[in-house]
Each structure stands twice: as C-alpha cells, then as structure tokens.
Design a protein around this ligand. Structure first.
Ligand code: ADP
Ligand code: MG
Ligand code: MG
Length: 891
C-alpha cells in the first residue's frame, strides 16, 4: 500500500524537512517545525505523488486516498478536540498548495473551510463571538468562490463596499456581526445566481472540491508557463496541505503576520516584518489595512504610528523571537515566516528560506560564518553567481520617480541615462564632446561598436537576449534593453514613438537593463560600492576554485576593470576591435581593399605604430599575467566602406580611384561572411597582415620588459584554424618575426603560439593540431555556431520555438550544449593532451561567464575560463561552486 498522506502537529510529524520532494516545501517545513516542538496547528500533507498519479490516471485519485484522508482528518479532530462539520464545535481547515519549488500560478489558499449555514452558528455560539464567526464565513465564501468556483472577485468586493457605505464604515474592522452576516448572505445569493446552484453546504464536498482545485491548478496555463520559464518539470507535482485553522480575527488579542529573520534587502541582523491585529491570512500583504511593524526599532525608524507588536503583545513577541532564533539556528539560514496569534497564543504557519537581494545574501552568508552557523564553503555555495550582476553595475535609485515608456528585454544589466541619438557616428561625436548619449537603434550591427562604446546605454526595438546588441553590450558592460517591440523608430525624422508619445533626438531617456524598463527623463542612478562582504566571500571562493579566471579585453578601461574584478590575465584580446576607432578604420579599409601586396604593406605601415601602442598600454596593465592576443579575425564585410562618403574617404587616403575601389568592394562581397574569408584564412592569403601584428606584439612586449624587467606571459593565438597545416604555416611566420625582434633587441622573450578551437574539424583533429599549437582556447561561440549549423545572428527568429518545443533546454549560445558541443570540447581536450601532455586549455566564448557552462569546463579540466570583465566575479564564484560540487561527489 502506498502512503499518500503524512500527518504533522502536536510536537511530532511523519515527515520532515528532508522530505521536500514528496511533501513539497510547505508541507516538509510544517512537519519539521512540528518535530522541533514549535506550535504548529495540526494537519496533514497529501503527497506530490498523488498529483502525478492523478494525471497519469486520467484525473482520478488513487483508490485508497479517500480512506487515508479520513484517517488523517480524524487525527486532527482528535488533537484539536473538534469535529469537521460538527454543529457545535466545528473543525475548520485551510487547504494550501505547495510544491518542491514555490510557484506562482498555483491555487491560492482557502481558509475557514468547513463553514456552512449550520456550523457558522455553532462557531458563533461556542466562541461567544458572532462577529468573528461571520467574518470567517464571508472570507471562506469569497475565497472558495474565487479559487474553486473560479468566480471573479470584484462583485464580492462591490457587495462588501456597498455594505460599508450603507453603514458609514471605512475599515473592515468597523463592521460588526450583523454586517458580516448580511455580507455572507449576499455573497451566497450571488454565487447561487452565477452557478445556478447554492453554495456547497456539505463540508466533505467543500474539502474534495478544494483538493481537486489544487491538483487542477497544476496544469493551468499560468502554472505551465511558469514551469517552462523556470525549467521545472511537470512530473514534480504539487502537494496539498490540510491544516486546522487558527484565528487571528478573534479580536484585539489576535493577529496575523509575516516576518524575515534578517532584513532581506540589506542582510542586517535584524528581525523584520509586519503584522495586523484582528486579521486573517493575507490581510497583511493584501493592502486592505496598513500593517504595523513588529519591532519598536523599525517603527521609530519609519516614523509610523500604531503599536509595534513588541509593545502591543510583548509576551507573544518574546515567544516569536525565541521561535525565530531557533528556526535560524536549526535551518542555518535566514527564514521567511508566517504566523498567527489566536487570543494571545502564537501559532507558526510557515517557514522557508527567505528570498533576498544579492547584497543581503552576501552579508547573511558572511555573518553566518562569523556566527559559526555555516562554514566558508557553505557560504560560497549559497550565493547565486548571476545575482552578483546586481552589485557590479550602476542601478537606479530605488526611491526615484519613474515615468515608464515601455518595456523590452533585460539584455545587459545596469542603468543608464542619456540624450537619445540614432546613429553610432553621432553617438561617438557627441560623447567625445562630453555629452551623455543613449544609442537607440532598430537593431545594431558590428559597425555600431564605436557608437555602443561611446553611449552610456543601448536600446533596440528588435532582437533577443543573444542579439548583437545584447551580446556586445554585456561584453562591454553597457546597460542594454533589447527587443522593445512597441517602439517605432523613425531614423529619417530622428525620433521614436511609443504609446502615443514622441521622443525626439536629444530628449533624455533612462533604461534599466536589469529589468528591461525604458523611462522618460533622467532617473538618478547610484554606483553601488562593492560591499566588504563581497570581498570576503570572493576571497573564500578563490581559495576553493581550481579554474583560473581571465577576461576578454582589449581597451585599457576594460583591462583595468578586469583587474579590479580579479581577472588573472586576458584570455582574449580581439585585435580587430582595436581597429574600429574612427582614426584607424580608414587604414584598415585601405589594407583590406588594397589590390596588391605593396598597397597592403603601405597601409600596414600606418597601422603598426598604433597597434604597438595599444599593446604597450595593455601589457603594462597586465604585467606579470598571461595575455592571449588573437590575430586579426574580421568578418570582412564589417570593415568594408559603405556609401559614397566612405568610399571617397578611402580613395583619398589610398590613392586608388573610386571606381576601382567600388569594384574591389564588389569582389570582396561574400554571401556567407561568417564562413568566408576570415580568421587565419586571411593570414594565409596575406601573410603580411599577421607579420605586422606579430611585430607589434613582440615590440610592445620588449618595450614593456625593457622598462621594468617584467612583461606579460605572451600567448599569440591563431583564429579559426581547421588544420595543422594552417598553423604550421602561420606559426612559421610568427616565430620568424619573434626571432627578428629578439635579434634587434638583443634579448629573447618567452611566448607561446596556440590556436582557437572553434571548428568541429579542429576539435576532432586536436591531436595533430597540438603537435604545433602550444595551447588551445575554445571559441565556443563559433564552435556552437558551426557544430549546430545555426547562425547566432539569425537564430532569433526560431530559437524561441526551439526552446518552447524543448528541443533545447536553454539557448545554446548562452549555456553550452553539453551533450553535443561539449563533447567536441572533451574530445579536443583528450586528443590535445595526448599529443602534448600538459597543454594549456582555456575557453574564451560567451560561455566563459555562464555558471552552468563553467561547471562543465571545470569537469573537463580546463585551466581557465575567460569572460567579459563584468562577469569575472561571477565566474570566480561559479568556478568555486563547481569545485565544491566535485568534492561532494568524491566524498
Ligand atoms: P502562500 O503559499 O501564498 O504563502 P499559504 O498557504 O501560506 O499561501 O497561506 C496564506 C496565509 O493563509 C498564511 O500566511 C496564513 O496567514 C493563512 N493560513 C494558512 N493556513 C492557515 C491556518 N491553518 N490557520 C490560519 N491561517 C492560515
Ligand atoms: Mg499567497
Ligand atoms: Mg505562505
């Protein structure tokens, strides 16, 4: 026989906190509190397995469920000394849903179930408090009608308001027994009119319909959508908790409240919460009356009127304090609790680990280590790495007024304000003149990089979380809202419209890239100072992790940010990004468009000093640390001139005729540039480009070394190779330049030449490649693109469908496809190590900053991950958590 029902209460329970999977979070913790001897009204939990059985059985309950429920109900009756449906001393219960993970969209709680026209009289007589009895009845009718009968709630509110108006009452508490009796009668009449049958009077029907409503709500649209968005499997199921009622609405000695054992927004060690006297259930959060503070301290800090619970019921408050302290030390975590006081007696109705801000999470974890409740490893385990994002970017002042224009996707966190501009050149120009500008585009392309860099933030109307705008903005640490589809941009008129309003170029707007909000005007933001707890916790994480963490950076600003956030080197310096500056792109265009080697060399001569200077700056910042410089990898189309003005400009600089230039542009045009003449293919066709870059790199390294006798650990990286032969040829050039420079400077500096693994063939032939390549860095963006054959720029149109159809559990460009692309990584690691034992292995794609991917990279034994500077702390923490998980598994 399967046990479907578990009882709790009266100082004991059949379940406990460890049985969360079977009992759901609420049920497991009610059992746990009972076992701890805390005052919990008796009740029982119908397991999540019943939910699964119900759906597998075509919406029928297991045959023996009814008997088990009856037995459990009799146990409650025994403990409470009351009987369900009894006319004199009726037992009332609450019916509460609760799965493994708390889930909005599930059925709301029904309170006071078991009341009908007869039992309400009994309750009134027995308690000597008819007001309380009828207040409970009208609450029950309304809740039951809402969640079980699915009736709209506002007609009920209208009836109630009407009664208040008639009586000249303002608050619910101003109404008396007769009023509630009348309201209950009107409610029932309304239900009968709507449903065509009377409100159910049979308490057993009430109970089973309520249970059915909980299980039914598991498959309602809201719940299904929520599960899909949060990756909760449908077969987890929900549990149902049936629990004897206790009453906070019995008068002034009764109350209901909610509390956090520490402040959930700051993490301060301060009991924090609210309560209402003579109230029930969710009155506190429903906003019907203004709730009062629990502590005198909070009350005076907020300058509120009304007695704090500490003053109004000092004894019960004292007991509540003892309870919360014992819950905290038992669960060793901050708890979010719900309680009710019935005529001076405290009852606990819920406890769970409390949600908290990132800042609070850090403070609580660090304090709990100091208090001896948890150890450092546990503290590290408890922080969600992604949540750190909140702390690293400027955020809007929470107290500021907001005039919200629209919403888009929260594409890159942080807040930014600036004058609206619609093109990147103008953004750059105005920013250079000291203005704060916000770039608004329908979508962005690689040509917008300089504008995105110059802008405080980026807003696009098209494109998802992995659109160009989103990815580049995250990489740069620029706040970005993407895909704000209700905005209509008119480039010609230099304005956009949204919700009937028109915003012109130069108007100031604010975006919140953490929430996806777009606001009119400047909303003040605050640059959060990194709290001391952050530093402490990161130091613990650093002791634990094995993976090194580097940053993807090419500008001095990014390099400085990276070091501040604890990067241990640069894992990817994209030299083409150094060429996007307005004063360089011209020389780059000349180089690309030159129709012979001489023309190309002439352009390269102009670029060499600029490149060298860039590297000198970067190497100084990174002195003593490894720096991987990737040789030029431009999709050519990004660099070609567009429009007459740009063609004329290049013609003037290069001395080529405009006509000839136009034909060169046409020749270089590619149908599929991502698979075109890019990466090392360029170096094969035009060796002088990589030779110039190698010279710039080595000369810079020597210059920095000459200055203070230490330089960076240099790693020169060849992009997009598929074969050993490509690397043989290119490494030959690089080594030759290195030898030349060494001779000129009279000194040799160590360096490595390696390659990116970003094509499936390279992963498979890693053994051959490793004979020449001295390190591998996995370029997982392109590797994902080429392994799946999905373009990252064009996948927005169907990726959503793939996620909805569960073909991908997550976007493979956000979190690595462990089963496929991941296997290529594993194969390459294994074969590479075989050919070159101890070969240095790293990853520099977007995945390097994604905690789930980092877990995988740890497992395959990479040496480091490299990610955007702002994600470095996230990667450090995720790497530590991966190491802890491995320890646990080994133990
Ligand atoms: P949620 O999952 O939305 O928090 P709950 O099941 O916790 O819903 O119920 C909401 C509120 O209803 C509780 O905070 C409590 O105030 C009240 N409540 C639930 N069960 C009882 C009960 N047995 N006696 C008194 N109040 C109850
Ligand atoms: Mg609720
Ligand atoms: Mg609750």
């Amino acid at each position: 026989m399967t046990k479907w029902v578990y009882t709790f209460g009266d100082g004991k329970a059949e379940g406990g906190a460890a049985m969360r999977v079977l009992l759901g979070g609420k049920g497991a913790n009610l059992a746990e509190m009972s076992n701890l001897g805390l005052p919990v009204p008796p009740g029982f939990t119908i397991t999540t397995e019943v939910c699964t059985a119900y759906y597998e059985g075509g919406r029928h309950y297991p045959g023996d469920l009814a008997d088990q429920v009856d037995t459990a109900l009799r146990a409650i009756e025994g403990t409470a000394g009351r009987k369900f449906g009894d006319a004199k001393a009726p037992l009332l219960v609450s019916v509460r849903s609760g799965g493994r993970a708390s889930m909005p969209g599930m059925m709301d709680t029904v309170l006071n179930l078991g009341l009908n026209d007869e039992t309400v009289e009994g309750l009134a007589a027995e308690s000597g408090n008819p007001r309380f009895a009828y207040d409970s009845y009208r609450r029950f009718i309304q809740m039951y009608s809402d969640v079980v009968l699915d009736l709209e709630h506002h007609p009920f509110e209208e009836i109630l308001d009407q009664r208040k108006d008639d009586q000249g009452a303002v608050l619910d508490t101003d109404l008396g027994a007769e009023d509630w009796k009348e309201v209950a009668r009107a409610f029932k009449a309304y239900v009968e009119k709507e449903m065509g049958e009377p409100f159910p009077q049979d308490v057993r029907d009430q109970l089973w319909f309520a249970i059915g409503a909980v299980y039914g709500s598991w498959m309602n649209q809201r719940a299904v959508t929520y599960r899909r968005l949060h990756n909760i499997p449908a077969d987890w199921g929900t549990a149902v908790n049936i629990q004897a009622m206790v009453f906070g609405n019995m008068g002034e000695g009764s109350a209901t409240g909610v509390a956090f054992t520490r402040d959930p927004s700051t993490g301060e060690r301060e009991f924090y919460g609210e309560y209402l006297m003579n109230a029930q259930g969710e009155d506190v959060v429903a906003g019907i009356r203004t709730p009062l503070h629990l502590t005198v301290a909070a009350k005076s800090r907020n300058g509120s009127d009304g007695l704090a619970m500490e003053e109004a019921m000092p004894e019960v408050f004292g007991e509540l304090q003892r309870v919360y302290k014992s819950l905290e030390s038992h669960y060793r975590d901050m708890q979010d609790i719900e309680f009710t006081v019935q005529e001076g007696k405290l009852w606990m109705l819920q406890t769970r680990s409390g949600k908290r801000s990132a800042k609070a999470a850090l403070k609580i974890a660090v304090n709990m280590v100091e208090e001896g409740l948890i150890d450092e490893a546990e503290a590290v385990r408890r922080i969600d790495p992604n949540s750190l994002d909140q702390l690293l970017h400027p955020t809007l002042d929470p107290d500021a007024q907001r005039d919200i224009l629209t919403r888009g996707l929260p594409a890159s966190p942080g807040a930014a304000s600036g004058k609206v501009v619609f093109n990147s050149d103008e953004a750059e120009r105005r920013a250079a003149a000291g203005e704060k500008v916000l770039l608004v585009r329908i979508e962005t392309s690689p040509e917008d990089i300089h504008g995105m860099h110059a802008a405080t933030g980026i807003l696009t109307t098209r494109g998802g979380m992995t659109s160009h705008a989103a990815v580049v903005a995250r990489g740069m640490g620029r706040p970005c809202v993407s895909g704000a589809g209700s905005i209509r941009v008119d480039y010609k008129a230099e304005q956009f419209s949204v919700g009937g309003r028109v915003i012109k170029k130069g108007d100031v707007i604010t975006i919140d890239g953490t929430k996806g909000e777009v606001m009119f005007g400047e909303v003040p933001s605050i640059q959060p100072e990194l709290p001391g707890d952050f530093v402490t916790l990161m130091a613990w994480a650093d002791k634990i992790r094995r993976l090194k963490v580097r940053a993807n950076a090419e500008t001095p600003i990014d390099a400085h940010t990276a070091r501040e956030f604890g990067a241990e080197g640069i894992g990817l310096c994209r030299t083409e990004h150094m060429f996007f500056d307005a004063d360089r792109i011209l020389a780059v265009r000349e180089m690309i468009l030159a129709d012979d080697t001489a023309g190309r060399r002439a352009a390269l001569v102009k670029l060499l000093p600029m490149q060298r200077q860039d590297f000198v700056q970067l190497f100084k910042i990174m002195r003593g640390l490894p720096v991987t410089v990737r040789l030029l990898d431009p999709p050519l189309h990004e660099f070609l001139p567009h429009g007459d003005a740009e063609i004329a400009e290049v013609a003037k600089a290069s001395g080529m005729s405009e006509k000839k230039l136009r034909s060169r542009v046409a020749t270089l045009y590619e149908v599929n540039p991502m698979l075109g003449h890019r990466g090392c293919r360029l170096g094969i066709s035009y060796p002088e480009i990589y030779q110039m870059q190698a010279r710039a790199i080595f000369e810079a390294a020597h210059e920095v070394a000459a200055e203070s006798d230490s330089t960076v650990e240099l790693e020169v990286m060849i992009p997009l190779a598929a074969t050993k032969r490509e690397i043989d040829i290119l490494k030959g050039h690089i080594d030759a330049v290195a030898a030349e420079v060494a001779q000129e400077r009279g000194r040799t500096l160590p360096y490595l030449v390696g390659t990116m693994i970003e094509l499936p063939r390279a992963a498979l032939k890693a053994d051959e490649i490793a004979e020449t390549a001295e390190f591998f860095s996995f370029g997982t963006n392109d590797l994902t693109q080429t392994a799946l054959g999905i373009s990252r720029d064009d996948s927005g149109s169907f990726l959503e469908d793939y996620l909805r159809a569960e073909i991908f559990a997550v976007d493979p460009f956000v979190s690595i496809d462990v089963g496929g692309v991941g296997e290529l990584v594993e194969i390459a690691c294994e074969r590479g190590r075989k050919a070159r034992p101890g070969i240095k292995l790293g990853i520099c794609g977007e995945h390097g900053g994604d905690p789930d991917s980092i877990r995988f990279f740890h497992q395959v034994g990479l040496d480091y991950v490299s990610c955007s500077p702002y994600r470095v702390p996230i990667a450090r923490l995720a790497a530590a958590q991966a190491a802890l998980e491995e320890r646990e598994k080994d133990a």
